[in-house]
Design a protein around this ligand. Structure first.
Ligand SMILES: *[C@@H]1O[C@H](CO)[C@@H](O)[C@H](O)[C@H]1NC(C)=O
Ligand SMILES: *[C@@H]1O[C@H](CO)[C@@H](O)[C@H](O)[C@H]1NC(C)=O
Ligand SMILES: *[C@@H]1O[C@H](CO)[C@@H](O)[C@H](O)[C@H]1NC(C)=O
Ligand SMILES: [Zn+2]
Length: 271
């Protein structure tokens, strides 16, 4: 999960260098600044604190996400207490941040656990970040909400490949022009977005809830997580197209909630 407002950015100059080069597909609508962290070697999750000391929660926090959700231990939100509302949009900006694919859409609200939030963006991870009874899924989407008091909540869904070649239509519209943004730091537009099917899915199944963190730097805690218990269907073509561009952007499974950060535990073992 990421939270653009607080991410370290590469210098504007390096992003603008992409402009007008032959690397940039003609069909991209423009450029955005790509993130400096990633999922490989020293840019990866084991070294996010090493990239920037502002990321200390990544290696010291005890309520870090993603987790392995044990379905007989996690708490469940009452579905009628989670109000997820995102109105239809004619289109939205769809960005390749290098570290992830993000749709910028701020017309949306969440009211959950007695708090109200506004949508900031939604983005994708492949493979899934959360595991459910140890199992991972091919993809996960995070709808990131925040409020003026600085509280953050995320509504997440994992995806399972459909044997019927079917995707929730919303995601066909999101990924319609994904091939335009193969180069990190570029953006395009989605097709028309209709969230009604997704909302119905959320409202008609259980919702796991726990207090965790952002899964990307700075890994800030006190993030309210709400995850649908029922995977969304995803067709194989969409999955392969997304994986081809996203490559790999899942943080490793963190220690159980409240337990010492795995990096601290591992560092002590070395000493
Ligand atoms: C990952 O990030 C590190 C640190 O910013 C950088 O040196 C490296 O080139 C990046 N690797 C990839 C594959 O983007
Ligand atoms: C968001 O809501 C505002 C006010 O209701 C509206 O003017 C605007 O067109 C909406 N934007 C999108 C992308 O739907
Ligand atoms: C809901 O609110 C309670 C009380 O403030 C808090 O302890 C709990 O962690 C919250 N749940 C989530 C999922 O953040
Ligand atoms: Zn995420």
């Amino acid at each position: 999960m990421k939270f653009s407002a607080v991410l370290p950015f590469v210098a504007a100059a390096s992003a603008s260098c992409l402009r007008g080069t032959s690397l940039m597909p003609r069909s991209a609508d423009g450029t955005v600044e790509a993130n400096s962290f990633n999922y490989t070697n020293l840019g990866g999750p084991l070294n996010w604190y090493g990239l920037d000391s502002a990321n200390s929660a990544c290696s010291k926090g005890k309520f870090q996400s993603p987790i392995n959700i044990e379905t007989d231990e996690i708490s469940y939100a009452a579905a009628n207490l989670v109000h997820f509302h995102v109105p239809k949009a004619d289109d939205a900006k769809f960005e390749n941040l290098g570290s992830g694919l993000e749709v910028v859409l701020t017309n949306g609200t969440l009211s959950a656990n007695g708090t109200s939030y506004k949508l900031a963006q939604f983005h994708f991870h492949t493979p899934s970040e959360h595991r459910i009874n140890n199992e991972y899924y091919p993809m996960e989407v995070h709808f990131v909400f925040e409020n003026t008091a600085g509280a953050v909540a995320v509504v997440g869904f994992v995806f399972e490949l459909s044997q019927f070649g079917y995707s929730t239509p919303l995601f066909d519209s999101v990924f319609a022009h994904i091939d335009d943004i193969a180069v990190p730091g570029t953006y395009t537009k989605t097709d028309k977005l209709d969230f009604s099917g997704l909302t119905q899915h959320l409202n008609s199944h259980g919702i796991y809830q726990y207090s965790g963190s952002l899964t990307t730097p700075p890994c800030s805690e006190s993030v309210a997580w709400f995850l649908s218990t029922e995977p969304l269907p995803l067709n194989v073509q969409s999955y392969n197209a997304v994986k081809h561009i996203l490559k790999y952007n899942a943080r490793y499974t963190q220690n159980a909630l409240g337990q010492d950060n795995l990096l601290e535990v591992a560092a002590k073992e070395l000493n």
